[in-house]
Design a protein around this ligand. Structure first.
Ligand code: SF4
Length: 334
């Protein structure tokens, strides 16, 4: 029976369906592609989907890792659709070819393709694999064609800004003009989480204070809006998001206490979803978490807070993984 009272349910849920990924993005918050995939066999995945939908969120965002590595997505997505829950796919587009389009149109209300540069060189460098810009733009072309036949389908570009691509934000918005039917371009600041919480990465690649201030300015927003082809909309995420009221689920059904930060409060295969949701709310009000997140006015301070929360609430294996991360170095050509 789905939870009815909005006070006791998450607005939306993010399910990282797998930690497998063909790309190696330098800022990946989930460290995907460098760790065990941990995705479930279909019967267990359906149980997790049922547990999430019992909370009756408005929307479920399917992310990862690369969710399209999972071939049997339709039976999982059907669980959400039967409850009238909107499904959104976040993908690099690497595996989104003609053969996947029919099921994608069937399974998802919306598809968001990550593009992190207006040029192939920038995107492929940030995403850690040659050919990733070609595959992302191929996916956008296929979605644009599918939209003509399926007006209910929404699709958009998702861009994460760091120092390296900050000056390409307008070019990225202009890219949207190549894809008729596109609904949105989402430009968001890279958050100091996961691999991006490394001290070296925060110092060398996360937005400077000046860039972050520019991102929040009205002029910047207006100039980006002018670069987008109407009626597509611009979503600008300056990092001031609110973590309460959404639930983040790991591939194996573990629920993170604080979305995006390490540390699970239990597994949806083992405990009732409402119990885990209440534990999330408790964790988010934990004095350690509140104190750490109260002092994040620069990216470096935020990265420090992320590392502290991850080490405090992660398992011993998580702590070992965090401590073994190689420091980030700028490529010699930079
Ligand atoms: S495509 Fe996504 S999941 Fe894969 S490495 Fe990049 S940020 Fe991580």
């Amino acid at each position: 029976m789905p939870a009815k009272n909005s006070e006791y349910r998450p607005n939306f849920a993010v399910w990282d369906l797998t930690y497998a990924c063909p790309l190696r993005c330098e800022f990946c918050y989930s460290e995907s592609g460098r760790r065990k995939p941990r995705h479930l066999a279909l019967p267990e995945a359906i149980k997790v989907a049922s547990a999430i939908s019992s909370l009756n969120p408005n929307c479920v965002l399917i992310a990862g890792g690369e969710p399209l590595i999972i071939r049997e997505l339709s039976p999982i997505m059907r669980v959400f659709q039967e409850q009238g829950i909107k499904t959104v796919l976040y993908t690099s587009g690497w595996l989104l070819d003609e053969s996947r389009m029919p099921s994608i149109v069937e399974d998802f209300s919306e598809v968001r393709i990550s593009v992190d540069g207006a040029t192939e060189a920038t995107h492929d460098k940030i995403r850690g694999r040659a050919g990733s810009f070609y595959r992302a733009t191929r996916a956008l072309t296929l979605l644009s064609e599918a939209k003509a036949e399926n007006p209910q389908l929404s699709f958009g570009i998702e861009c994460t800004l760091i120092q390296e691509n900050f000056n390409e934000a307008a070019g990225l918005c202009e890219l949207s003009r190549d894809y008729p039917g596109i609904s949105s371009v989402s430009i968001g600041v890279a958050l100091p989480l996961g691999l991006a919480s490394r001290k070296s990465y925060a110092e060398l690649e996360l937005l400077t204070e000046g860039q972050w201030a520019t991102l929040r300015s009205r002029d910047f927003k207006e100039s980006l809006k002018r670069s987008i082809s109407p009626p597509a909309r611009l979503d600008l995420n300056d990092g001031s998001y609110y973590s309460e009221w959404w639930m983040q689920v790991e591939p194996d059904g573990g629920v993170r206490g604080v979305p995006l930060y390490e540390g699970v409060v239990g597994n949806l295969l083992e405990r009732p979803s409402i119990e885990l949701w209440n534990r999330c709310l408790e964790r988010q009000r934990d004095p350690f978490v509140l104190n750490a997140l109260s002092q994040i006015d620069t990216m470096e301070k935020w990265a420090e807070a992320s590392r502290a929360i991850d080490l405090r609430f992660g398992t011993e294996a998580t702590r070992q993984r965090i401590l073994a991360r190689p420091e980030y170095e700028l490529p010699s050509s930079s």
